[in-house]
Write a protein that binds this ligand. Structure first.
Ligand code: MG
Ligand code: MG
Length: 268
């Protein structure tokens, strides 16, 4: 039987926070390592090492057959890119999604990094996608509905700025399973969808395209790319629903700290 939306206890939330902290530390390490010439495979190996050294297991490795620790999606790749030996180049935008399973709970977060001299139009896309994540999080309070999050993200990115909001992939509840109920789309209508309650834990993750919202799957069966091959951005936080303000479980500040100290990455 399908499970409904699961409310977590404070003890469970504490365990989720630990998994998400290890996710954030892993993404922060990526922020230290990223530079032109490095490959996704090198990043993936270090990420797996860090996660296992801290007692975690990569959530994505083996998930429905996914072969790696990280999803590394470059430029026109939206999500689910498989790390490979190709060198990352100056001017690339690299979205890294990471999941960690530890103490029975999954952490899940993502960040898009701008390598070197990234075109200003693409930087605008990154900034807007990142901002839309926080606009969504502002709506993630008890008593609101999932559609309030969805609408906030879509209104800003699509209606105001004219970007494409991916329809095929959505945010989700997160806990003992990597993907729980409810689905959290990045598009939708205010006042619709399940009511948010204190103790729900969800991953909010806008995937925003510079051009068309339409996407395709590459022949590897995993990598989602934009149909027009224009760039895409992806930022994700895991949060817990509280009364007045969502509480972040993942931590982007430590990622941004590592970016500040890495001259190869352009700050947002
Ligand atoms: Mg993720
Ligand atoms: Mg997710």
């Amino acid at each position: 039987m399908a499970k409904g939306i699961i409310i977590k206890t404070e003890e469970e939330i504490e365990l989720l926070r630990k998994s998400d902290l290890l996710v954030s530390k892993t993404l922060s390490l990526m922020g230290e390592m990223l530079k032109p010439g490095i490959s996704g495979k090198e990043l993936d190996e270090k990420a797996e090492e860090l996660i296992r050294d801290h007692g975690g297991v990569p959530s994505f490795k083996g998930y429905q057959g996914f072969p790696a620790t990280l999803c590394i999606s470059i430029n026109e790749a939206v999500v689910h890119g498989i790390p490979n030996k190709m060198e990352i180049k100056d001017g690339d935008v690299v979205s890294i999604d990471c999941g960690v399973y530890m103490n029975g709970f999954h952490g899940d977060a993502a960040y898009t990094f701008a390598i070197g001299d990234v075109d200003e139009r693409i930087m605008k896309l990154l900034r807007a996608t990142n901002k839309s994540l926080y606009l969504g999080i502002e709506q993630a309070v008890a008593g609101n509905r999932v559609g309030d999050i969805s609408y906030a993200i879509q209104y800003y990115t699509e209606k105001q700025l004219g970007y494409g909001v991916v329809r095929e992939l959505v945010g989700h509840g997160v806990g003992r399973d990597l993907h729980e109920k409810p689905e959290v789309p990045n598009f939708g209508r205010r006042g619709r969808g399940p009511v948010l309650k204190e103790g729900m834990t969800i991953a909010i993750e806008p995937m925003i395209n510079m051009g068309t919202k339409r996407v395709s799957v590459l022949e590897d069966g995993w990598t989602i790319v934009t149909r027009d091959r224009k760039p895409s951005a992806h930022y994700e936080h895991s949060v817990v629903i509280r009364k007045n303000k969502a509480e972040l479980l993942s931590n982007h500040e430590i990622i941004e700290e590592s970016i500040k100290n890495n001259a190869n990455i352009k700050q947002l």
